[in-house]
Design a protein around this ligand. Structure first.
Ligand SMILES: Nc1ncnc2c1ncn2[C@@H]1O[C@H](COP(=O)(O)OP(=O)(O)OP(=O)(O)O)[C@@H](O)[C@H]1O
Length: 230
């Protein structure tokens, strides 16, 4: 299976976010997407998932013509889509029924993400990092060869990030494809990288405050503790 993007451009709210992006990711390999806030990483993930239409260019998936992209893609998005009032097990069972079950069952997936103890807890009682782990367990326990991951390490502690890396490597070793948008290194061996350049500044836009040379002084002045006698 090969995921190919050719000359993609993205427009949102009438603004050009990125343009002329091309890549090719084959089974067993990963693409790591980086870039500043607002560079378009989540937008690119949404485009590959079929949730956003490119302004220009196209995305193609070669492989089994019997399977649609919707049947092949597993999405770990910013919004996790977990049902807060359902337990971890109920959320994962629901996803497996909807998306198809992988060879890894729910117990194994929760063990892999270090969350076995939380299987019967409602998701609304979990911490942000624990919810992230449930999202990862959902990818593991559903049968989706293409993982699209938006900030997969967000809210995870260092040990959990190492675990995440191991699970991503295993998915690649089993012939999966991964596209991951991230602000922090994921440690994936031999991953291609794609850095999205900052969006062009439209005429009339103000420069970001941190590019103003006087800004540091102003911040220091604003936050410096008042001294006695001043
Ligand atoms: N629904 C929308 N309507 C208009 N503009 C949008 C919409 N969604 C996102 N944008 C804009 O598109 C740009 C890219 O957003 P996106 O979330 O893809 O960036 P990102 O690289 O993932 O950022 P971050 O690192 O902060 O997560 C931003 O300027 C954002 O304001």
């Amino acid at each position: 299976m090969i995921l190919t993007a050719s000359n993609l451009s993205c427009r949102r709210g009438g603004r050009l976010i990125f343009r002329d992006i091309s890549f090719r990711v084959a089974s067993g390999s990963a693409l790591v997407v980086t870039g500043d806030n607002g560079a378009g990483k989540s937008s690119l993930i949404a485009m590959i998932a079929g949730l956003l239409t490119p302004a220009e260019g196209e995305i193609a998936l070669s492989g089994d013509p019997e399977q649609t992209p919707g049947e092949l893609i597993g999405l770990m998005a910013h919004r996790d889509g977990l049902k807060p009032s359902l337990t971890v097990q109920e959320n994962l069972s629901w996803a497996r029924n909807l998306l198809g079950a992988s060879a890894m069952d729910i117990d194994e997936a929760l063990l892999a993400v270090g969350l076995s103890h939380a299987i019967a807890m409602p998701v609304e009682h979990l911490s942000a990092g624990q919810r992230r782990r449930v999202s990862l367990a959902r990818l593991l326990s559903c049968s989706r060869p293409i993982w699209l991951m938006d900030e997969p390490a967000g809210a995870l502690d260092q040990r959990a990030i190492r675990g995440l890396t191991g699970l991503m490597q295993r998915h690649l070793a089993e012939g999966g494809i991964i596209v991951a948008a991230t602000h922090q290194p994921l440690g994936i061996d031999d991953a291609q990288t794609l850095h999205l350049a900052p969006p062009p500044v439209d005429a009339g836009d103000e420069e970001p405050f941190w590019e103003d040379d006087d800004c540091e002084d102003e911040l220091l002045m604003g936050y410096a503790p008042a001294r006695a006698g001043q």
